[in-house]
Ligand binder design. Sequence first.
Ligand code: KG4
Length: 333
Amino acid sequence: MIILGIESSCDETAVAIVKDKKEVLSSIVASQIDVHKEFGGVVPEVASRIHVENISYCIEQALAQANVTMDMMDAIAVTKGPGLIGCLHVGVQAAKTLAFAYHKPLVPVHHLAAHIYANELVVDMKYPVLALVVSGGNTELVYMKNETSFEILGQTQDDAIGEAYDKVARVLGLGYPGGPKIDKLAREGKNVYTLAKPKTQGKYDFSFSGLKSSVLQFVKRMERTNQTFDMADLACSFQECALDEIFSRIKVCLDDHPDIRHFVVGGGVSANSRLRERIEELKEQYPNITFTVPPMYCCTDNASMIAVAGTIAYESGRRAGADLTADAGWEIQ
Ligand code: KG4
């Protein structure tokens, strides 16, 4: 089965062609980071316009790189949501046009589900699965009893972890996107500063806004009192605190659900080198569970994961018609 996937939920226009969930025939990602970094974050209206400019070219490139024609596609998969509504509409409209013009089935895909299914590119997931989705817009622990069931066990009560990385990086003057920059800087620092520990009510829920404010207050206090501080140490202290929040919840979840056979990670923050190290440490404590962190190329937004999710959804019978529309707050499915 060959599926063409289209992703445009945020600031990457991406098109990929994937065969049988495993073989990436082509994957085109047109990133808008250079434009948005001037503004210190993604500007939705600007992002939608750039998607309009890029989408046809990305489709052409994906077909050319894979050396295939539209007639060879079994279906078109597209991110229906969640994401920035104007951005989503561009991908959905392009997918509807292709499906209509070439008489192909149209399969709507959930962006977070796709981040989880990205793991299928490298491994066969064994259910029940516990998935950690950590991105610029989401922080969630999802329990999947089987391939098509999703139960959100925990989620952030305020900021997503990637958002906290980006905001802290802005406070430190590191630029956008902040995640990779803090990741790099933290490797040169030590966890020496005491920051506010996040507080949440739910057993598996997360919170990052208090931690983010704590970094901001720390910097302001230092400036007010004319004291110097070590940026790398602050980056490291923030990162350890944020990851403590994540890992303490994962452990409670794994302990409470002894049936879990596979732990997977998805989303842009899974590219974080310290998070990867800590997963290696966690692995030692749960020898009966398989742990998978997908390779970097499928962690951040891409369309290979949309094609994989589209294949799974297609096999389960999901189809959409010409009335398909984007849904910025679509529930995971
Ligand atoms: O999944 P993604 O590409 O887009 C969505 O939010 O859907 O994730 C982007 C987020 C940004 O917040 C970025 O700062 C963060 O992932 N990120 C990282 C790293 N690489 C990307 N955060 C921490 N460490 C990284 N190495």
